[in-house]
Design a binder for this molecule. Structure first.
Ligand code: CMP
Length: 478
C-alpha cells in the first residue's frame, strides 16, 4: 500500500495547528486579570481559562509535532532511497515515526504540564503488564518484524516461498509480510510465523536459475540435442543474456534419455511464463532438427542379421566412403567391398580419446564424419599438432609398423570413424604393393611432423626404404 503524498499528509495537521494556535492566542489575550480581591467566580473562570489554554496549547504543539515527524520521516527516507536505491520497508518507517512521536509527546508534556516520564513509570509498569498480556501475539509479530529487518533475508520485490505460499513480496509491516501469489492472490504471513518457518528467497536482482526437464529418444545424438536446445533457449525472453544455459543429461531412463535445461532469469517473478516459453522453444528445436520426444513405449525388435560394418551402414555405402579416401583411390570396386566388409563404424563424443599415445594398436581409422585432434605430450600438457577432418585417416603408424601409438587422437566434435583391422589391410597389401609405398610415404611425412613438434620425444631414424621393408616384414609380405 503506497503512502499519500506529503502535501496531503501535512495539510490537515497544519490547519489544526493554526486553529489551535489562534484559539490559544485568543484565550491568552482575553484571560481575565486575577486581582487579590477577585471574587470566587472570577477565580474559577481564570483557572478554567488557564486549563483551556494549556489543553489548546498541547493540541497545537501535538499538531505541530505531527507535521514535523511526517516531514522528517519523508526527508529521512528520501535520503535512504537515494543512497540504497530502493524504498525503506514500512516497518522501519513506522518505528522511526514512533520513536519521534514518543520523544515529542514527552517534551510537550514536560513543558506544558511539567510531567516527566519518571512520574508516569509506576502506572505505566502496570499498564505495560496488562498490555503485554493482551498484545502477546502482536508484540511477537513486532519483534519478529524487527529481527527480520535486522537480518534482511529478503526485501520488497523478491520472490519468496513460505510454507505453501509462493509470491512476490509487496510489503513488510510491523505485523506481517504481504505477498502476491502467482494467481494474483494477496497472502499475509505474520512475521512470527515467518520467523519460525524456513523461507526460500529468489532475490529481485539475483541470478536465479530454473531447470526444465525434457527427454529424447536414444537414437537422437546427445551432442546434437544439447546444442540445438541450448541455442533455442538462450535468446528466449527473460533469459539472462550473459549466462549461457546449460543442457545436460539427467538420467538414462527406460523410454529415452532424460535431459534438463538450466537457465538464468532476469525477472524470477515471471518464471512460470518463462518455463512455458522454454518448453515451447524445445518443441520447435526438436521439430527443426528431426528429434523425437521420448514417451513410455515398448519396442519389439525382430532379430535380423547385423548389417555389414556393424554400424548401420551397408557395405555399398561403406565402400563408397572408403573410395573417397586418397590412399584407397587406386583400389578396385571388389577390393573396396572386401575392405568395407571388415570395417566397423564407431561414434565418439567431443573430447573422447580414440587412440592413446603409447598403447599398442592393431587397427587404423578413417574419419567419416566430424574431426579429430592429434595430440602429443609437451612438458606434461597435451598439445594439438594437427586436426584431421572428414576423409583423413589415422592410426596407420602403429598398425603398419607394430610400434606403440605415437600420439593420442581425440574427437574434436561428435565424430564417426570407420575402423579397419590388420587382417583387412594384409589382404590388400598382397594385391596392391603400391599401397604399401603410398602409406610408408605418409608415415614418413607424419614422423617428420612429429619430430618437428616434439624434437626430444621422438627417436625414429628409419630411412624411407628402411620403413618400407619394416612394414613388409611386419605384414609378412616378402
Ligand atoms: P599411430 O602412431 O598409430 O597413432 C597416433 C596417430 O596419430 C598416428 O598413428 C598417426 O596416424 C597420427 N599422427 C601422428 N603424427 C601425425 C602428424 N604429424 N600429422 C598427422 N597425423 C599424425
Amino acid at each position: 500500500m503506497s503512502r499519500p503524498p506529503l502535501k496531503t499528509q501535512l495539510a490537515l495537521p497544519l490547519v489544526f495547528a493554526v486553529l489551535f494556535g489562534l484559539a490559544w492566542y485568543l484565550l491568552y489575550h482575553f484571560r481575565p486579570e486575577l486581582s487579590p480581591l477577585a471574587t470566587e467566580q472570577e477565580k474559577v473562570s481564570h483557572a478554567a481559562n488557564v486549563w483551556a489554554s494549556t489543553l489548546v496549547s498541547i493540541a497545537c504543539l501535538m499538531s505541530l509535532a505531527l507535521v514535523a515527524v511526517r516531514a522528517l520521516n519523508e526527508l529521512a527516507f528520501l535520503v535512504f532511497r537515494k543512497r540504497k536505491g530502493y524504498d525503506a520497508p514500512a516497518l522501519m518507517r513506522d518505528l522511526f515515526s514512533l520513536v519521534l512521536y514518543v520523544t515529542a509527546v514527552a517534551f510537550i508534556l514536560r513543558y506544558t504540564l511539567e510531567l516527566s516520564f519518571a512520574a508516569l513509570l509506576p502506572g505505566s509498569a502496570l499498564l505495560g503488564i496488562i498490555l503485554g498480556l493482551a498484545l502477546q501475539d502482536t508484540l511477537g509479530n513486532l519483534f519478529s518484524g524487527i529481527s527480520l529487518h535486522a537480518d534482511k533475508p529478503f526485501q520488497v520485490g523478491d520472490v519468496i516461498t513460505v510454507g505453501k505460499h509462493m509470491g512476490v513480496v509487496m510489503s513488510i509491516t510491523w505485523r506481517a509480510v504481504k505477498i502476491k501469489t502467482f494467481s494474483n492472490l494477496i497472502v499475509l504471513v505474520s512475521n512470527s510465523s515467518i520467523a519460525k518457518e524456513s523461507i526460500e528467497v529468489a532475490p529481485r536482482d539475483g541470478q536465479n536459475a530454473r531447470t526444465v526437464p525434457f527427454s529424447a529418444l536414444y537414437t537422437d545424438s546427445p551432442v546434437k540435442v544439447i546444442h540445438a536446445v541450448r541455442e533455442a533457449v538462450r535468446e528466449a525472453d527473460n533469459v539472462l543474456r550473459y549466462m549461457t544455459p546449460v543442457v545436460r543429461i539427467r538420467h538414462l531412463a527406460d523410454s529415452g534419455v532424460e535431459y534438463e535445461v538450466k537457465y538464468w532469469l532476469s525477472d524470477y517473478a515471471r518464471h512460470h511464463d518463462t518455463d512455458a516459453l522454454i518448453r515451447q522453444r524445445i518443441w520447435y528445436a526438436f521439430r527443426r532438427s528431426g528429434f523425437t520426444f521420448a514417451y513410455p513405449t515398448r519396442t519389439l525388435y525382430m532379430e535380423q542379421p547385423a548389417p555389414a560394418g556393424g554400424d548401420g551402414h551397408n557395405t555399398e555405402t561403406l565402400a563408397e566412403l572408403l573410395s573417397a579416401v586418397d590412399i584407397f583411390s587406386p583400389l578396385t570396386a571388389d577390393e573396396l567391398n572386401a575392405l568395407a566388409v571388415g570395417a566397423t563404424g564407431r561414434v565418439f563424443a567431443p573430447g573422447e580419446t580414440i587412440i592413446r599415445a603409447g598403447d599398442s594398436g592393431a587397427s587404423m581409422f578413417i574419419v567419416h564424419r566430424g574431426s579429430v585432434d592429434v595430440r602429443v605430450d609437451s612438458n606434461g600438457t597435451p598439445r594439438t599438432i594437427k586436426r584431421l577432418g572428414e576423409g583423413a585417416f589415422f592410426g596407420e603408424m602403429a598398425l603398419f609398423t607394430g610400434e606403440p601409438r605415437t600420439a593420442s587422437v581425440v574427437a574434436a566434435e561428435e565424430t564417426e570413424v570407420l575402423e579397419i583391422g590388420h587382417e583387412s589391410m594384409r589382404g590388400l597389401f598382397q594385391t596392391n604393393p603400391d599401397l604399401v609405398e603410398a602409406l610408408s610415404h605418409t608415415i614418413n611425412e607424419r614422423r617428420a611432423g612429429l619430430a618437428a613438434s616434439t624434437p626430444t620425444a621422438h627417436g625414429d631414424d628409419d630411412t624411407p626404404a628402411g620403413l618400407l621393408s619394416k612394414i613388409k616384414r611386419f605384414f609378412r609380405l616378402d
